[in-house]
Write a protein that binds this ligand. Structure first.
Ligand code: HEM
Ligand code: HEM
Length: 722
């Protein structure tokens, strides 16, 4: 499609958008002009100004997005207008389906937003007023004052929200306009096709029908003959694809047998999980920024010590946990071939875990916590509510499995139920103070941390993969026995490796050795699991490009292998001596919790949600999500691994601690850049979720035209409706 820039620019809406752009860019340009050497980023205010600039950039990106969207929609119409209408209608006729043909045959027999822009205009005046009132000479002092900064932030927030609101309004207005145009076109097409002379002859219609019904014989396309398409085999080759560079994705097929109530429940689990991912990673992003700009703020609620715990608890116990629960509610009844035991208890559990996380996050920020134990900072009464949600769920699952109509309990259900039992026991032990004095607390801490990641997140996601991977590649799992080996060997080894977090600590030497040996033993389940998954995918690699979920699964499996081998490498005394206490561990945490768990969750969401709602995610959106997350993760982890190793070696040489902090500066900057990309990918995911879940407003011209003809037929005939 041609881009008709000139015409586009003179459109009033685009002019207003340009005005809006100017409104947001002007302050940057105005303030960026240096005055007597005064910098745009005076030392103390860099944090706030940085955030403001970030928000402005987001706003600009939003506006640009809108402009691109407007221009592509406008192009659509310019292009449409330039085509001869009849040609287009004829094209519709060559793409009829069987019911359309029936309607046409019957027809032959019978014949015998507005959106307001005033706000935008007003907004465009504001920069002038602002600039007029700014005294350049005093800018440095002014921007160092917290009061001014806070006022600016407070002014900016409503403006930013107003812009987002406006963008949404413009987008909906334009969509309505497009849809009205389509309805008009459908009416014209219906009128055109209602004329007897425009309806193809019965013979032609029968020919199209034959083409539709035709199936190819095994030897049909052999030989040297030129292809004549009398059988309609090439009908799917279309010049009207949206994105010609990408393989088209396999459309989802809605699963009719899932109870709509259960569908609603699962969508709520997955929806709230994505919400927590956004909140949790926004906090992580801010903590990452604080590593570069430590004095970005000085509020106790936003101190690194508190926000770090908010981040880890939200991504663990809210995003990953609620996501895993949602997947369980889909998979357990599905592989048991039985309805969920109690949907009501499913809702109770959802409310319990969500409210616990909400109160938990606020309490950590307020300074109410459980002390230093990592991942168990939230106080026990709140975590008890969370655990109640998990208990209700596992009882629900066990009762559902008990009612199964299949003979065997499928391997996924083994993994899923076992993981709930493990995490409930592990959390109970971690929260009961018994035996947790002195070194005992350290032992419990190591046990708790690693059981949580290994026997809850990893174990349950392996179970999910045993169901979704074969389903997505449409063939059975490569080896059930390898699955069973992975199940038992993971239980054997993972449960004894907790103390590898505290190598060289005051813990008994033999206990550390057991953990190190167990860490090596972990290579058995990891290798057998990886082989099983990759062999299941073998021969179906081409399916990766036309699936929404398989690319995420593939990345998750590769990280499962590499991340776990990396973990084994970290457990040895010689390596732990260098890497422990450094950012290398942070890289490992994200390679595993993000590269494995989060990527598998992403893939599972794209596999399940379209089956529940029957709506595809936007293809470009899924691509953007995938690449932003993957590239972001590389920028996050690789610099931290390099920086962490150099830092460890520096300490080994006895260099001053502060030198290692200076050394890490650039690596932390890269982490913040990578984190930003990951964070952006979560916004795209939220948008994709919305697209998969919202009621459809798009109109298909051909479908609409046949709906009109059908209504007409119905009104004028006594025959039953088809
Ligand atoms: C935008 C995405 C994210 C960013 C920018 C981010 C950033 C951070 C930062 C800055 C830290 C503190 C590191 C330190 O103390 O040195 C951290 C810790 C951590 N994050 Fe993230 N994070 C993100 C997403 C996630 C996700 C999705 C998960 C898990 C599902 C996760 C799991 C963790 C864990 C486990 C830690 C503790 C690491 C350790 O102590 O070894 N993060 N993150
Ligand atoms: C063969 C499997 C694995 C082994 C042997 C292993 C080993 C290790 C070791 C030795 C550490 C401690 C590093 C240190 O503090 O010096 C560690 C940290 C960590 N691992 Fe793994 N790992 C494995 C797989 C995983 C998986 C699958 C996940 C997540 C799903 C994971 C998540 C983490 C996290 C979050 C930490 C940081 C804990 C903290 O806050 O200190 N690991 N791992």
């Amino acid at each position: 499609m041609k881009f008709k820039t000139k015409k586009l620019f003179f459109k009033p809406k685009v002019k207003l958008i340009t005005l809006a752009l100017l409104f947001f860019l002007q302050p940057i340009i105005t303030f960026a002009q240096t005055d007597e050497g005064v910098s745009f980023f005076p030392n103390k205010s860099i944090g706030f100004i940085g955030i403001l600039t970030g928000l402005v950039i987001i706003a600009v990106v939003l506006v640009l997005f809108l402009v691109v969207k407007l221009s592509s929609n406008t192009n659509y119409f310019l292009d449409q207008k330039s085509q001869i209408q009849k040609e287009k209608f004829k094209k519709y006729i060559t793409n009829l389906n069987e019911s359309d043909i029936e309607v046409l045959k019957k027809k032959r027999n019978q014949n015998s937003n507005r959106t307001s822009f005033l706000v935008l205009g007003f907004l465009s005046l504001v920069p002038q007023i602002m600039s007029a009132e700014t005294a350049p000479a005093k800018r440095e002092d002014l921007f160092s004052q917290p009061g001014v900064l806070i006022t600016l932030v407070l002014i900016f927030i409503p403006l930013f929200l107003a812009l987002v609101y406006l963008a949404a309004k413009v987008s909906t207005g334009f969509k309505n306009y497009v849809n009205n145009q389509k309805i008009n076109e459908a009416k014209e097409f219906a009128a055109y096709i209602s004329e007897t002379e425009n309806i193809p002859s019965d013979a032609d219609l029968d020919e199209i029908k034959n083409k539709l019904e035709y199936t190819i014989k095994p030897n049909e396309l052999s030989g040297n003959e030129t292809a004549s398409d009398s059988k309609g085999l090439l009908k799917n080759i279309s010049t009207e694809t949206n994105y010609r560079f990408f393989a088209s994705k396999r459309p989802p097929i809605k699963r009719p047998k899932i109870d709509p109530e259960l569908t609603r429940l699962i969508l709520w689990y997955l929806g709230t999980a994505v919400f927590w991912l956004f909140v949790g990673s926004s906090v992580g992003e801010y903590v990452g920024i604080k590593f570069i700009v430590p004095d970005a703020d000085n509020y106790s609620w936003l101190s690194i010590g508190r926000l770090r715990a908010v981040h880890t608890n939200l991504v663990f116990w809210a995003w990953s946990t609620i996501g895993i629960m949602g997947l369980g509610y889909y998979i357990v009844p599905m592989v048991s071939n039985a309805p969920l035991n109690s949907i009501k208890n499913g809702w109770k559990a959802l409310i319990a875990v969500n409210s616990a996380m909400f109160v938990g996050a606020i309490s950590i920020m307020a300074g109410i916590n459980n002390g230093g134990g990592e991942y168990r900072e939230i106080i026990w009464p709140i975590m008890a509510v969370w655990a109640y949600g998990l208990l209700l769920t596992v009882i629900n699952f066990i009762k559902t499995i008990a009612k199964r109509t299949t003979h065997e309990i499928y391997i996924s259900n083994w993994f899923i139920v076992a993981s709930y039992i493990f995490i409930l026991i592990v959390a109970t032990i971690a929260y009961i103070p018994m035996g947790q004095d002195g070194i005992g607390e350290t032992i419990v801490q190591g046990y708790y941390m690693h059981q949580a990641v290994g026997m809850w997140f990893m174990f349950s996601m392996l179970g999910v993969l045993y169901y979704l991977l074969p389903q997505q590649v449409n063939k059975p799992i490569y080896s059930y026995s390898l699955g069973v080996l992975a199940f038992w060997s993971q239980i054997l080894f993972y449960t004894v490796i907790g103390t590898h977090h505290f190598v060289f600590s005051a813990l008994p030497w033999w206990l550390q050795t057991v953990a190190i040996v167990g860490s090596v033993g972990m290579l058995i389940p990891v290798t057998s699991g990886t082989i099983n998954y990759l062999m299941t995918m073998k021969g179906s690699w081409s399916k990766i490009s036309n699936s929404y979920s398989l690319p995420f699964f593939f990345v998750g499996i590769i990280y499962y292998f590499t991340g776990s081998y990396q973990g084994t490498a970290e457990a040895f005394r010689s390596t732990n001596l260098i890497w422990h206490f450094t950012d290398f561990t942070i890289a490992h945490s994200h390679i595993t919790m993000y590269g494995i768990i989060t990527f598998l969750l992403f893939g599972s969401i794209y596999a399940i949600v379209p089956r529940l709602t029957g709506k595809e995610p936007p293809q470009l959106g899924v691509g953007a999500h995938f690449w932003l997350a993957l590239i972001g993760l590389q920028f996050y982890t690789i610099p931290l691994m390099i920086g962490g190793t150099l830092k460890g070696l520096m300490w080994a040489e006895g260099k001053p601690f502060i030198d290692s902090v200076v050394l890490m500066g650039p690596y932390w900057l890269w982490r913040a850049i990578g984190g930003t990309l990951m964070w952006l990918s979560h916004i795209v995911l939220a948008y994709n979720m919305y697209k998969m879940m919202r009621p459809s407003t798009d109109i298909d011209v051909k479908e609409k035209a046949f709906e009109i003809i059908n209504q007409d037929l119905e009104a004028n005939s006594v025959e039953p409706k088809i």
